[in-house]
Design a protein around this ligand. Structure first.
Ligand code: PEP
Ligand code: MG
Length: 560
């Protein structure tokens, strides 16, 4: 039995035989063209156009988020600057295959160097290049295998075109050796509720036909498991399925203590799906996702339209909107205008907004106007607004005053920098609420870049150092009577969610697909259980023992 570690997406567990995705095509030969530049150009243009149409067609069949991704890929294929690069190489006597290979590789390297969200688009570009070259060579594009029975799909990374049309009766789970939690494989797996472990470097050693257990909750892939492991995995898969089909009720502990369960969203269009999964409101609306590809700051009118849709989609519930969090893994060209050695420690989040106060004011204006307009139409929500990446009490004071000046009623800050957590009592004294972003809080506490594979092992919110900071914020919230939400990925891990409530979190916000498992976990435990689990994990020395201690403490009754 061997175990391969990666990043789990969701909480599901699956077992079955491995089927590996075909390896990418080899690089085309660099021998000069024998048919001349004109004919090569014609071949290249035909292949690019055909691949773009095919991607659009797959998108139309898949619908939803997959359609947007595939349309974006189709646009990549026909990007004019890429076409220029291809043409330049054809003019130099290369074959169409080689020109496409080289031109796309240049662009992919630029994207990969950017890292973060854009870096992970490099895999999308590779896929487009492979499809065009396959068409030129008259061979099938590398794709999903069809062994004729249900299987665990193991790949380096999956292209959106493959993920979009996966036959979910056949594919029991996905395992990738590359890619991270923000790769398209991860995004689409989350949306479709596919059991997945990504970034599992050791998966390259898994062989066709080998039996594996894919456990998204722990981010592990166990090869050649024992019969006992298989039985345990089957039992957990049943519990997961039961949670998913349980009636949707408001988030609450077994003793009735309410813990509202909210959604993390990046587009107003996702409101309906989130509500269908039982989201009781929005705990984090990431506004920067609306403007990732914009060259200029969005106008008040453009923003207002988006915010009105969001508020109307959640009429009558709480909606926490986070102002533009530009920088590091989410750069926005109109806010991050200088080169930095360490962008995660640079002018990002509120710092970048403050340096462009007109953009900050426009966003607050758009939110206040959207709030007023939706209320007037009787479809208003309870709008809360917060600033990202706040480090100091002074910044909290500044932001709270500015938001109030624009008519925002409920103002707060994200706690994702240890300095803000350590002085949470003083931060919360000058604002209305805090929302803990455990993704960045973990990154900064552990000094481990959240998008860097080799340090992924440090990026674990179960680490007691991170939990102690959460406990400090929870205690400050309790003593001041102010809400403390959690909106990082940690809230999507059911056992950790219970611990976070024990540490003082009053609401939990997560990707909507995680709501059912967290709801089921809370329903099965009391506040005393949560506090016991929290204390046990705080006393541990590392992340793994903290998790194990919480599991034991939450399931054993309080000692008499
Ligand atoms: C976080 O840092 O935990 C968070 C919720 O914000 P984001 O993931 O968007 O940085
Ligand atoms: Mg963050």
């Amino acid at each position: 039995m061997t175990t391969v570690n990666g990043v789990g997406i969701g909480q599901g567990v699956a077992q079955g035989p491995v089927a590996r995705m075909a390896e990418p095509l080899p690089a085309p030969s660099d021998a000069p063209s024998t048919i001349g530049a004109d004919q090569e150009r014609e071949r290249a243009h035909e292949a690019v156009a055909a691949v773009a149409r095919e991607l659009e067609d797959r998108g139309a069949r898949a619908g939803g988020a997959a359609q947007e991704v595939l349309e974006a890929q189709a646009m990549m294929a026909e990007d004019p600057s890429l076409a220029d690069e291809v043409d330049a190489r054809l003019a130099a006597g290369k074959t169409a295959e080689r020109a496409v290979h080289e031109a796309f590789a240049t662009f992919r390297d630029t994207l990969a160097e950017m890292g973060g969200y854009l870096g992970e688009r490099a895999a999308d570009l590779d896929d487009v290049a492979q499809r065009i070259i396959a068409r030129l060579q008259g061979v099938a594009a590398p794709g999903v295998p069809a062994p004729g029975h249900p299987f665990i799909l193991v790949a380096r990374d999956l292209a959106p075109a493959d993920t979009a049309l996966l036959d979910l009766d056949q594919v029991l789970a996905l395992v990738t050796s590359d890619g991270g939690p923000t790769s398209h494989t991860a995004i689409l797996a989350r949306e479709k509720g596919i059991v997945a472990v990504v970034g599992a470097a050791g998966a390259v050693a898994l062989a066709d036909g080998q039996t594996v257990i894919v456990d998204a909750a722990t981010g592990t892939v166990v090869a050649d498991p024992t019969a006992a492991d298989l039985a345990d995995a089957a039992e957990r898969a049943r519990a997961h399925a039961a949670a998913a089909s349980a009636p949707i009720t408001p988030g609450a502990l077994a003793d009735g203590t309410p813990v509202p369960l909210l959604a993390n969203l990046g587009k107003p269009g996702d409101a309906q799906a989130a509500r269908a999964l039982g989201a009781e409101g929005v705990g984090l609306f990431r506004t920067e996702f609306l403007f990732l590809s914009a060259d200029e700051a969005p106008t008040v009118a453009a923003q207002r339209a988006e915010y009105e849709r969001l508020l109307a989609g959640f009429a009558g519930t709480k909606v926490v909107v986070r102002l533009l969090d530009a920088g590091a893994d989410k750069p926005l060209s109109f806010l991050n205008d200088s080169e930095e050695e360490n962008p995660a420690l640079g002018v990002r989040g509120l710092r970048a907004l403050r340096a462009h106060e007109n953009i900050l004011r426009d966003q607050l204006t758009a939110l206040a106007e959207a709030d007023a307009a939706t209320r007037e139409r009787g479809e208003g929500a309870d709008l809360w607004v917060m600033a990202p990446m706040v480090a100091t009490v002074e910044e909290t004071r500044y932001f709270t005053a500015l938001a109030r000046e624009h008519g925002i009623r409920t103002v707060g800050v994200m706690v994702e920098i240890p300095a803000a957590a350590l002085l949470a009592d003083r931060v919360l004294a000058v604002t209305d609420f805090a929302s803990i972003g455990t993704n960045d809080l973990t990154q900064y506490t552990m000094a481990a870049d959240r998008v860097l594979g080799p340090v992924a092992g440090f990026q674990d919110p179960w680490h007691p150092a991170v939990l102690r900071l959460v406990a400090d914020v929870g205690a400050a919230g309790r003593s001041l009577g102010k809400p403390v939400g959690i909106c990082g990925e940690a809230a999507a891990d059911p056992l950790l969610a219970l611990v976070l409530v024990g540490l003082g979190a009053t609401t939990l916000s997560m990707a909507p697909a995680a709501l059912a498992d967290v709801r089921a976990m809370l329903r099965a435990h009391t506040l005393d259980d949560a506090k016991r689990a929290a204390e046990a994990s705080l006393s541990a020395t590392d992340a793994a023992t903290a998790r194990a201690a919480a599991a034991v403490a939450s399931s054993s009754p309080t000692p008499a």
